[in-house]
Design a protein around this ligand. Structure first.
Ligand SMILES: [Zn+2]
Length: 222
């Protein structure tokens, strides 16, 4: 092996180790669930009280968040990238370098450093309604198979996301909870998943998710 190749391999290893966010170091076994097992029943009726208007930010085309009814979503799992900058494309490269099939999250909300402040990026993973690869290690891989992964760019251990990021999170979470009938208590920070061993999404964002965000969410229809 040439010296040049050695250097390349070392660089690749360093890049992989630096990886994005809090996803597991290697992919969990993913149990794809046959689409035909899932009901394709009509979406739940609109709840009467909508504390959060599920409007979409100007940066997201009108129908971009909608997806076919092929998977039963039960949780929203909120993450931080732990890095101050980035976007879906950057994290996609990092996750692939770590052996993931592709970007592990379904949505990324950028912060002005790597993408517009408060922009909701919709991943291919969401468009194809693929299981998540963001919250491994739970029994039966429940939180990957049935959890929608939303990553806010930044490190929220000691500070809050930007105002624009929080507004986008409110709208996106409001839309998804209403669309899939997800209970507010199933909107969680990554660290709340059973058996999780992570600081993600940081103390400040965790506090927001468990408090203010849940209080704003619509009551899902039965
Ligand atoms: Zn996480």
């Amino acid at each position: 092996m040439t010296r040049f190749r050695h250097i390349l391999l070392a660089l690749a290893a360093a890049f992989a180790a630096a990886g994005a966010g809090c996803a597991p170091a290697r992919p969990e076994p993913l149990d794809e669930i046959p689409v035909h097992l899932w009901s394709t029943s009509a979406p739940a009726e609109e709840p009467e009280r909508l504390a959060v208007e599920a409007r979409k930010p100007a940066s997201a085309p009108a129908d971009e968040w909608d997806a076919p009814d092929v998977r039963q979503w039960r949780y929203l799992v909120i993450h931080h990238s732990a890095r101050e900058s980035g976007n879906a494309e950057v994290f996609d490269r990092m996750h692939r370098a770590r052996g993931f099939d592709e970007l592990g999250y379904h949505f990324v909300i950028t912060n002005g450093d790597g993408g517009p402040d408060g922009r909701v990026e919709v991943s291919r993973r969401w468009r194809t309604q693929k299981w998540g690869s963001h919250t491994g290690g739970t029994p039966d891989n429940e939180y990957n198979n049935h959890g929608i992964g939303i990553c806010l760019v930044g490190n929220f251990t000691a500070r809050m996301p930007t105002k624009a990021q929080l507004e986008s999170l409110d709208r996106l979470a409001g839309y998804l909870v209403r669309r899939y009938g997800i209970a507010p208590e199933n909107v969680i920070g990554h660290r709340d998943a059973p058996g999780a061993s992570t600081e993600c999404p940081g103390d400040r964002l965790e506090e927001y998710v468990r408090g203010a965000l849940r209080e704003k969410l619509p009551i899902p229809a039965d």
